[in-house]
Design a protein around this ligand. Structure first.
Ligand SMILES: Cc1ncc(COP(=O)(O)O)c(C=O)c1O
Length: 427
């Protein structure tokens, strides 16, 4: 099982057997409130009939079509819908089957872009400490989570440097929305450029809001400053929006919410509401057109997957985007945000809590670690919450909450109430 204490799980398995709305049902017949949208992906809630019907209809009509040399219309329809939803300037898309593949694809496109422009020496990537970009070799290399790298570190991509993370609890603890302090941490990019030379750097990749390391919200002005520095030195800026895209932070994307346009954006998870694995890389016309300017009329990008633009994933994606639009889900998230903010900040004074941070419908609740046993307290909180009827996510000593965007206020109160009770119960 991925990123799981397999032996602990086997000793005491937790099995979900059904899901509807904002709740799972368990094998032992209980209802569990989904406090993390499955895994940040079930934005429109579970059991959406419109989506499962579209998948079933497509499976009956045409189960599979290759995307090498032939195609099928849904892939183009979905690409057009997706680029309409996302900010102007990200007008082309390449489909993958996961966030990890989307990240590796974006990194390879960055290399291919510079190569095509006669700057093949731009081969270095800049990631960020505490960044998570999936489990592929590229994503692991630019990622900044020590445990994810250590066992493989001897043989990851060699030409990678990392920015410092943006977490600054001394100045920013208990921020409401974007923290005020920390834009200057983007200046570390200037130092990296000075160290390696701009001419050797292909791209910078960051999660606009780091999700997997505990909801680190970008400080005011930080993303803008990264964009400026990238522009100054000809570096491509990639936003990994696998978690933030599709309404999570009260807008279609973090790029839209924070008004900073990257050159590429990776998406996955919410694109199909978690129903069928799918990811994608959105890119600027400049990148697309450069790739398309290959001499002759042969293959422009030697990259892709058997299941790129899979018909079932495309059917799921189209039905999902339709649900988002029909229900105004991004706007709903924005309207719900003040209620969510007040609710999660009601935990500010709860036992063990040393920080609460939030944006959109996401929150990180950081606990004081136990002496010599980092992560143990939050791990225990996870166990207690599950027993008390809430599925949450923990990373280190941070509890991450990000329920489906259809959640109603009483269930927000219930979720936060369970977390509060659990914090009272754990030592
Ligand atoms: C920001 C980010 N990028 C990439 C990934 C990897 O996505 P996947 O698990 O679909 O490969 C994740 C997964 O959580 C993520 O949060």
């Amino acid at each position: 099982m991925p990123f799981t204490a397999n032996r602990r799980f086997k000793a005491s398995p937790r099995l979900f057997v059904g899901a509807d709305g904002v709740r799972y049902s368990t094998a032992d017949g209980r209802q569990v409130l989904d406090g993390i949208s499955g895994m940040w992906c079930v934005l429109a809630g579970h059991g959406r009939k419109e989506i499962s019907d579209a998948i079933a209809a497509q499976a009956a009509k045409m189960d599979y079509a290759a995307s090498y040399q032939v195609a099928h219309p849904l892939a183009f329809e979905l690409a057009n819908r997706l680029t309409t939803i996302m900010p102007d300037g990200l007008d082309h898309v390449f489909f993958t089957n996961s966030g990890s593949e989307a990240v590796d694809t974006a990194l390879k496109i960055a290399l291919a872009y510079h190569h095509r422009r006669g700057e093949a020496q731009r081969r270095m990537f800049v990631g960020r400490a505490r960044g998570f970009h999936g489990a592929g070799f590229g994503g692991t290399s630019v990622g900044g989570i020590a445990n994810n790298r250590k066992a493989f570190g001897g043989n990851l991509l060699p030409a990678v440097d990392h920015l410092p993370d943006t977490h600054d609890p001394e100045r920013n603890a208990f921020s409401r929305g974007q923290p005020q302090w920390g834009a200057e941490r983007a200046d570390a990019l200037e130092e990296i450029v000075a160290l390696h030379g701009a001419e050797s750097i292909a791209a910078v990749i960051v999660e606009p809001m780091a999700g997997s390391t505990g909801v680190l919200v970008p400080p005011v002005g930080y993303l803008e400053r990264l964009r400026e520095i990238c522009d100054r030195h000809g570096l491509l800026l990639i936003f990994d929006e696998v978690i933030t895209a599709f309404g999570r932070i009260g807008a279609g994307s973090a790029a839209e919410r924070f008004n900073v346009l990257p050159d590429m954006m990776t998406v996955a998870k919410g694109l199909t509401n978690g129903t069928v694995p799918m990811g994608g890389v959105l890119m600027s016309a400049e990148i697309h057109d450069t790739l398309m300017s290959a001499p002759g009329d042969g293959i422009e990008l030697f990259h892709g997957y058997t299941y790129s633009g899979h018909p079932l994933a495309c059917a799921a994606g189209l039905a999902t985007l339709e649900v988002f639009e029909r229900e105004g889900l991004f706007e709903r998230a924005a309207e719900l945000e003040p209620y969510w903010r007040d609710a999660v900040h009601s935990l500010d004074d709860s036992r063990h809590v040393i920080d609460v941070r939030e944006v959109g419908i996401a929150a990180g609740i950081e606990l004081e670690p136990r002496e010599g046993r980092p992560g143990a307290r939050a791990g225990e909180a996870f166990d207690h919450a599950y027993e008390a009827g809430a599925f949450i996510r923990v990373t280190g000593d941070v509890i991450a909450l990000a329920p489906p965007l259809i959640i109603e206020k009483p269930d927000i109160d219930r979720l936060v109430g369970i977390v509060d009770d659990v914090l009272q119960a754990v030592d």
